[in-house]
Design a protein around this ligand. Structure first.
Ligand SMILES: *Cc1c(COP(=O)(O)O)cnc(C)c1O
Length: 231
């Protein structure tokens, strides 16, 4: 069942990219609040990259599925006191948004592992109370990341305001692509612009996403987040 949904989703990404004359983006399968068995089923169908939001939930799944050669991305907000565990567990952290996290992740990355790939999360709509740095803070954070041998800066990530009218999300995606092009011009290894989810990936792809993060369209609706699940 999940194998069929995966090939349908890959086909939809392909169609969206063709329609917009853009390269086909990478698919990150967002598996938060879904059981390890679902991840194993998608892995058996060929999916490699998975996104998780909660460090402790991810820790259990990474342990259970060790040996499958999966690539784990943290896409949820990261508290500084969980940075050490995150630096050991994940291959990518997409939610770096403040200098303190850069230092904490950089110093905690085990030296026998390749550098941790990181994306800077941008609060592109400048919404009060939302995670992500302001667009004008990207340069300083990028410089801080470049100074950490344990980290490798790969690009930017955003979760635009979820306007019900999907077209109203387009300007935020476009703004992200401009920030991304500026950053890539200054940092050679920057190649990833992570934006677009189940309901808006076509617009994100049209505006230049290189990675889309898709949960619901792949795995079905999620259970509500249980009370008290630690971030
Ligand atoms: C949950 C989540 C997604 C996936 O959302 P869907 O609408 O289920 O595709 C993508 N990105 C982030 C940061 C998320 O937290």
């Amino acid at each position: 069942m999940l194998a069929g949904t995966l090939s349908e989703t890959l086909q939809r990404l392909d169609n969206a990219a063709k329609a917009a004359h853009r390269p086909v983006p990478r698919l990150l399968a967002v598996s938060k609040l879904k059981p390890a068995a679902d991840i194993a089923a998608l892995a058996a169908a060929g999916q490699r990259a998975f996104g998780e939001n909660y460090v402790q939930e991810a820790q259990a799944k990474v342990a259970e599925l060790a040996g499958l050669g999966l690539e784990w991305h943290l896409i949820g907000h990261l508290q500084s006191n969980k940075a050490e565990l995150a630096a050991q567990l994940f291959d990518w952290v997409q939610t770096v948004d403040r200098p303190k996290l850069v230092t904490a992740l950089g110093s905690a990355r085990p030296v026998d592992r390749p550098p941790l790939k990181v994306l800077i999360q941008v609060n592109v709509d400048d919404e009060a109370g939302k995670h992500g740095c302001r667009p004008e803070q990207v340069d300083a954070l990028a410089a801080a990341i470049a100074g950490q041998p344990g980290l490798s800066l790969r690009g930017l990530m955003a979760i635009p305001t979820p306007h019900a009218d999907i077209e109203r999300r387009r300007p935020a995606f476009r703004c992200m692509r401009e920030l991304f092009d500026d950053l890539a011009a200054r940092h050679r290894q920057v190649d990833t612009l992570s934006m677009g989810m189940s309901d808006d990936f076509a617009v994100a792809i049209a505006e230049g996403a290189t990675m889309v993060r898709i949960g619901t369209a792949l795995f079905g609706a999620r259970p509500p987040k249980p009370q008290g699940i630690p971030a």
